[in-house]
Design a protein around this ligand. Structure first.
Ligand code: RRO
Length: 305
């Protein structure tokens, strides 16, 4: 068995699989259960300052290997989530607290409240594809850096920044958040937005009409984003997007990820996905005669010409 442990800004993970934000992350009890079932770390649903209902249903379209979602950031608000994080910690795995604010100051307000529960990392969600201003921070290197600075001023907990793929400024945003003091980058959030139309009625299926795209076919885009970011920054990356197997995870890791986020695949494999990906990664490491995940991170080679 190869060494599957990894590290994100001093936070030790017993394996590189991380439950991504927005999947099963609504309560402490389910986060605890995911932690106990084999994930290396778990991320909460993105939490804002005040309780928020989210969008009207339908909020999800399940196309098998692809999901379209426009949840609209439903969450109970920061004060109501402090206890959930405390409960989640009973699972014994590092907790990544995903947070959102309408501006940099509000991000800091949310962090001030949730730091009472002492999560291991904050993940600043500057990339929600479904909330008015959500994605704008993630497309603007200056605004993204400002969010990091404001949150850093109110907490010593290390910060990760969740990137949107929906920008030509991906690398500039990554460099800016690193310069502002982010310790980790999470890449990527949903692609798009996309749209699905019911042919019989001619009506878009999502009540919101459009939503973020995730699932199997996002994997090559995520790998490219991770690769581009890894070439530009020194901080570790949680590679998210389309992971269903050890082979998928290995591609993100070779591109530069130190850990991998799993979300949509939970629908098909439920909580077994974490062990499945770890077992398959172990086989890949043995095949490549590597002793640890660390030996695989960022080992992407030049194309032969
Ligand atoms: O709640 C959502 O609609 C949502 C969020 Br906050 C996000 O970051 N990514 C996503 O696909 N959906």
């Amino acid at each position: 068995m190869a060494e599957l442990t990894t590290e994100l800004a001093g936070v030790k993970l017993e394996n590189p699989t991380v439950l991504s934000a927005g999947i099963l992350g609504n309560t402490g009890e389910i986060l605890k259960r995911v932690g106990l079932s084999g994930a290396g770390a778990v991320t909460t649903k993105t939490i804002g300052l005040k309780p928020r209902k989210g969008n009207k249903n339908p909020t999800v379209v399940d196309m098998g290997d692809v999901f379209l979602n426009a949840m609209g950031l439903p969450n109970p608000g920061a004060e109501n989530f402090v206890e959930e994080i405390r409960i989640a910690k009973e699972g014994g795995k590092p907790i990544i607290s995903s947070i959102f604010g309408k501006d940099a100051g509000e991000f800091a307000e949310v962090a001030k409240i949730l730091k009472k529960a002492e999560p291991d990392l904050f993940e600043l969600n500057i990339s929600c594809p479904n909330v008015g201003s959500g994605m704008s921070f993630g497309c603007d290197p200056v605004a993204a850096g400002k969010v990091v600075e404001k949150v850093k001023a109110v907490t010593d907990i290390s910060l990760s920044v969740k990137m949107t793929p929906n920008t030509h400024l991906l690398v500039e945003v990554a460099k800016s958040v690193e310069k502002a003091g982010a310790s980790v980058i999470t890449a990527i959030n949903g692609l798009g937005p996309g749209m699905v139309i019911d042919v019989e009625t001619g009506i878009p299926v999502l009540a919101n009409k459009v939503g973020g795209v995730s699932g199997k076919f996002v994997r090559p885009i995520a790998t490219r984003c991770i690769y581009s970011i890894a070439q530009a920054v020194k901080i570790p990356i949680i590679g998210v997007g389309g992971i269903y197997s050890g082979e998928d995870a290995a591609q993100h890791i070779i591109a530069g990820a130190s850990a991998v986020g799993i979300g949509t695949a939970v629908k098909d494999h439920y909580l077994d996905i974490f062990k499945k990906v770890c077992d398959e990664l172990d086989v890949i490491l043995e095949r490549k005669k590597l002793k640890s995940i660390g030996e695989l991170v960022g080992t992407v080679k030049e194309v032969l010409t």
